[in-house]
Write a protein that binds this ligand. Structure first.
Ligand code: EPS
Length: 396
């Protein structure tokens, strides 16, 4: 990201999580309650583990805001890890690792083996603490600031869970505008948030819940696919001219950076590769009454050649099942090199609903960056005026 930058810091069982967001213009109205609402949404979902009963994630803004508005400087925030009080000895900043119960057996699928070799660590905890998806708490808090900025500019972001194992919702966001899609995008989160698995299809929802119950009973884990949409975007964010300016590439990278994500698609993605061009591309029409181009379908997912085309931007991400299994897989002790069942510790059976909230946050951060790249501006007023002018131009 070139115009909006962010950092996160913190270990899963350390004292706190820290985030810094740099590049947000001045005078953007930001509600801390709205940030905390997003943090609450990330903590939900059927299949979450015991940790979410301990935490009540709240953002404590430390800088960059005054009287509810951004100042244009770095915004920093802190989120307390309530569980830290139970980990003070094991996660001490100083002292010796006596009584720290080191982890020596790598979990297949987690950072454990590759990280221990790369960073020359004897105790796998030195890797897993930072690799944990607990870090996504900070992304959601910073993303909630980006999301509010976008909302002031008229852009909405929402998500839902499409699939877990073989349970798949009938509706995909690429069907938006077709007869099979019945939900207005500005009501999508309201509806999805009422479902324990954030699924819009009641039959698929029951099947997903059964799969999570089955996995829990069998001491297994469940992954899945979620979709995120951004709507009311202007035409022209991103660019075709160079690989690192293509917005689809930037979004794919951001989504892939979320813990446990193994696949990303824009629009119908891989599905389009399995059909002929005549069935895939979204034909172009012009509505003279509205002075606007339109399409009857959105297989491109709102992006053509790395540029937004005015259709809803739809991105899908595939999350692998969580790699901490209570019925451990085969592994090896990194000290003795003997075959040993993989390390077990408290974890989630399924975190796909939570990951969809993280997906919203990452999309918000990338899109806020793309807005600042195209429209610039040091204050909210400046950028809002430029965007209003641009939206007039779009109509010509
Ligand atoms: C998470 C916190 C973690 C896990 C999960 C996500 O808490 P703990 O490790 O104390 O149970 O529930 O982390 C992982 C799935 C992982 O692989 O590390 C959170 O806040 O989202």
């Amino acid at each position: 990201m070139s115009h909006l930058k962010f950092y996160t810091a913190g270990e899963s069982h350390g004292q706190a999580l820290i985030g810094i967001l740099e590049g947000m213009p001045a005078n953007v109205d930001i509600s801390v309650d709205a940030i905390n609402h997003e943090l609450h949404r990330r903590q939900q979902g059927y299949g979450r583990g015991g940790r979410m009963r301990i935490e009540k994630d709240q953002a404590n803004i430390l800088s960059g805001m005054r009287f509810g508005k951004t100042l244009g400087g770095p915004i920093s925030l802190m989120i307390e890890n309530r569980d830290w009080k139970n980990w003070k000895t094991k996660m001490a900043i100083e002292g010796s690792p006596n009584n720290a119960n080191p982890v020596h057996v790598a979990r297949p699928g987690h950072v454990d083996l590759a990280g221990a070799i790369k960073y020359k660590q004897d105790d796998i905890r030195n890797l897993l603490e930072r690799a944990s998806a607990r870090e996504t708490t900070t992304r959601v808090a910073l993303g909630a600031i980006a999301k509010q900025f976008l909302a002031h500019l008229g852009v909405g972001i929402a998500s839902h869970v499409l699939q877990m194992v073989d349970a798949r919702a009938r509706q995909s966001l690429i069907d938006y505008g077709k007869p099979e899609w019945h939900i207005e995008l500005d009501r999508l989160n309201e509806i999805a948030d009422k479902s324990p698995v954030r699924c819009l299809d009641p039959d698929a929802e029951s099947a997903m819940i059964s799969l999570i119950d089955q996995a829990k009973k069998e001491r297994d884990t469940v992954g899945g696919i979620f979709e995120v949409v951004a709507y009311n975007l202007p035409i022209g964010l991103g660019s075709h001219v160079h690989w690192d300016r293509k917005l689809d590439a930037r979004i794919a990278g951001a989504m892939m950076s979320i813990q446990a994500i193994k696949g990303v698609e824009i629009g119908d993605g891989i599905g389009g590769a399995c059909r002929f061009g005549s069935q895939v591309h979204d034909e172009i029409y012009y509505d003279a009454g509205k002075s606007a181009y339109y399409r009857k379908q959105n297989n491109a997912g709102g992006l053509e050649a790395g540029i937004t085309n005015g259709m809803p931007l739809v991105v899908r991400a595939a999350m692998k099942p969580i790699s901490t299994l209570m019925r451990p897989l085969d592994s090896v002790d990194i000290h003795s090199k003997k075959a040993t069942p993989a390390h077990r510790e408290r974890s989630d059976v399924c975190a796909v609903p939570a990951a969809s909230i993280v997906g919203e946050a990452m999309l918000a951060l990338v899109l806020a960056d793309a807005f600042l790249e195209k429209f610039g501006g040091d204050s909210y007023e400046e950028i809002a005026e430029r965007i209003a002018n641009w939206r007039q131009h779009e109509m010509q």
